[in-house]
Design a protein. Structure first.
Length: 279
């Protein structure tokens, strides 16, 4: 696929102790753990997180810090939405989780002709965009982060972007901060100005479909990260099938030009039994 980026993975289930927990918003927490020293990942790739006795669920890697040879801290940033994520939120420092991966294809922002990026995050969808902001910043790319949330307390990674000196464009559904309305209204406005070489997005699929349409109408390349129900994470079970692609193996980051041709994009997905359900 065009999006291919050199990948490295580790299928071995690693039992890891949670070393730090940060409250990002009233509903989102970040869980830190120490991982293999030599295991790098591309922003947008994910790990399968095993909660013994509960479930194994996909989570984007949201931070990666190599402070020293023996201290490779990685993190996942989790919204509490159901059984497994609620149990994760109940864990404390010292609790153990199982990790395998990283898996899938991440965002490809490293091409030389990509100089200015519009990153669009909606709600907890900003989780994989956090490391993308770090990586774009350290490689000298110019980023505008269009960040949307229900209200100002749910703006994930606003402070992280500010610390990096990244330009922010904020929208909230209730108007408590920034533009009063959907982040897609802002994307429409921002893309009317020239200069973006690439749009990247993660958030509710309805939002991402709109972002893809806006970017393609503007002749701008666009990559988005999709969520589908995943069991194996490695392309065996086909739970995450989408138009002949497997989101875990071929995605979760896809090129917008491919997605726009798939009738399911923004419309339907599979439930845990494989039935098609509306998004
Ligand atoms: C590649 C990928 C990366 C993700 N990254 C993040 C992240 O960084 N932060 C975050 O908060 N969430 C992320 N998610 C979503 C997260 O996996 C689900 O919210 C989580 O699995 C819900 O589990 P639950 O038991 O708490 O909720 P449930 O009550 O079981 O379900 C709530 C919702 O989550 C979906 N879901 C449940 N189990 C799975 C599963 N095994 N695979 C995919 N979707 C599932 C359901 O279809 C439903 O829409 C990601 C999903 C994917 C596919």
């Amino acid at each position: 696929m065009e999006l291919d980026v050199k990948k490295q993975t580790n299928h071995r289930l690693r039992i890891r102790e949670i070393t730090k927990i940060t409250s990002e918003t009233p509903t989102i927490k970040t869980f830190w753990f120490e991982d293999e020293n030599d295991l790098t990942f591309v922003p947008g790739q994910f790990v399968m997180v095993w909660l013994p006795g509960v479930d194994e669920i996909p989570m984007s890697v949201s931070y990666s810090e190599s402070k020293s040879k023996y201290n490779n801290q990685k993190a996942i940033t989790v919204a509490s939405v159901g059984e497994a994520t609620t149990k994760l939120h109940e864990l404390t420092v010292g609790s153990k989780i199982g990790i395998r991966g990283p898996y899938g294809h991440g965002f490809n922002i490293m091409k030389a002709d990509v100089k200015r990026i519009l990153a669009v995050g909606g709600g907890c969808g900003s989780a994989p965009l956090g490391p993308l902001l770090d990586s774009a910043h350290s490689s000298g790319k110019d980023v505008l982060f269009a960040l949307g949330a229900r209200n100002k307390s749910e703006l994930l990674f606003k402070d992280r972007a500010m610390k990096l000196g990244i330009e922010l464009d904020i929208s909230t559904d209730d108007g408590s901060e920034g533009y009063h309305g959907f982040v897609t209204d802002r994307v429409d406005k921002l893309l009317s100005e020239p200069g973006f070489d690439l749009v990247v997005a993660c958030g509710p699929e309805i939002m991402m479909k709109k972002v893809v349409e806006l970017a393609l109408n503007n002749n701008t390349n666009v990559q988005v990260s999709l969520e589908r129900y995943m069991k194996c994470g490695v392309g065996i079970c086909d739970s995450c099938t989408l138009g002949g692609y497997q989101v875990c193996r071929d995605g979760p980051v896809f090129d917008g030009k491919l997605l726009i041709k798939l009738p399911e994009f923004g419309i339907s997905k599979r439930d845990p039994c494989g039935r098609n359900i509306d998004i």
